[in-house]
Design a protein around this ligand. Structure first.
Ligand code: SAH
Length: 289
């Protein structure tokens, strides 16, 4: 991982940062993309690891912070592949740890949010390999924040539901009670939802969600390639196809999406005026009440 730039060892502020010992595996979240959304524990891990086993959604920029001599292994898993491959990845981590390597398993977002970190951690523990878990900023929270969408807002929702659009085998999540989700959650955040968006939309509308309910689809959130589509439940599939919006994307269904009209901070930073400073039509900010 070297380039023409001289490698500079990052210096962390003084603190008793944990040591990644030989034979250990740290299961670590890398956040949704922007390297600034790494945790300090993640940077500390990158500075120490002999081997980094990473997913497709971990950016090259983040990996470039590894030690120059570190071995970097891609273990991407695309939705729909048989679960045997997951087992191979877990067992590879066991082998690397048993070789006495200091192993960093780096995953997009948070390792325990639709990231199979629980399965890998379990396999490691079952094989007697010591682990540390380092949480990360999940796309369903941090990705939406970069789009200017607060995942909760007092005037919109007192709960939020995170769902995956795929089940283990990559099929539409027939096992989910979409009707209960539609009735019970004011804001629904869908990971891996693009493939089956048509079906998810039907389920939600059949369960009573309105056609004109706001939906935002954020693609490549927090990266320089971020794109946000503001649409509605009724038209989201067609709009996404027309605009070329696809995976990886995080889908937010609910009135929280309206807040983007005030909080699209990237647009504001580029000099645009807010489209509406009171998108929920409350007449004043919630703080005044
Ligand atoms: N552990 C990850 C989620 C892994 S599942 C986390 O906590 O964020 C992979 C799905 O996450 C993608 O299909 C997409 O729905 C979402 N995702 C991850 N990174 C994303 C990004 N930068 N932009 C948009 N969606 C993202």
């Amino acid at each position: 991982m070297t380039d023409s730039h001289a490698y500079t060892v990052p210096v962390l502020p003084g603190h008793n940062w944990p040591t990644l010992e030989p034979g250990w595996v740290w299961l670590c979240g890398a956040g949704p993309g922007d390297p600034g959304l790494l945790t300090i524990h993640a940077v500390n891990a990158l500075m120490q690891a002999d081997v980094i086993v990473h997913d497709a959604l971990v950016s090259p920029e983040i990996l470039s912070w590894a030690r120059p001599e570190a071995e970097v292994i891609y273990a991407g898993k695309r939705g729909g592949k048989p679960s045997a491959k997951q087992r191979d990845i877990s067992l590879r981590l066991v082998d690397l740890a048993r070789e006495g390597k200091r192993v960093l398993r780096l995953k997009g977002g948070d390792p325990f949010v639709f990231g199979r970190g629980g399965e890998e951690g379990q396999t490691l523990v079952q094989h007697g390999v010591p682990i540390r878990i380092i949480p990360g900023i999940s796309a369903g929270i941090g990705g939406l924040a970069y789009a200017g969408i607060p995942v909760t807002h007092r005037d919109v929702n007192q709960s939020v539901t995170f769902v995956t659009g795929h089940d283990q085998s990559g099929n539409a999540t027939g096992s989910l009670d979409w009707s209960a989700i539609a009735r019970g959650s004011q804001v629904i955040v869908i990971y891996m939802g693009m493939k089956h968006l048509d079906r998810i939309r039907s389920e939600l509308i059949d369960a009573g969600r309105p056609n004109d309910e706001p939906v935002a689809i954020t693609m490549n959130a927090t990266t320089p390639d971020q794109r946000v589509l503001e649409t509605t439940l009724g038209t989201c599939v067609e709009d996404a196809a027309r605009e070329g919006i696809g995976a990886p994307a995080i889908i937010c269904v609910g009135r929280a999406v309206l807040m983007r009209q005030a909080l699209d901070w990237q647009a504001l930073a580029s000099g645009l005026a807010p489209r509406d400073t009171d998108p929920l039509g409350r007449g004043r900010p919630a703080e005044d009440r």
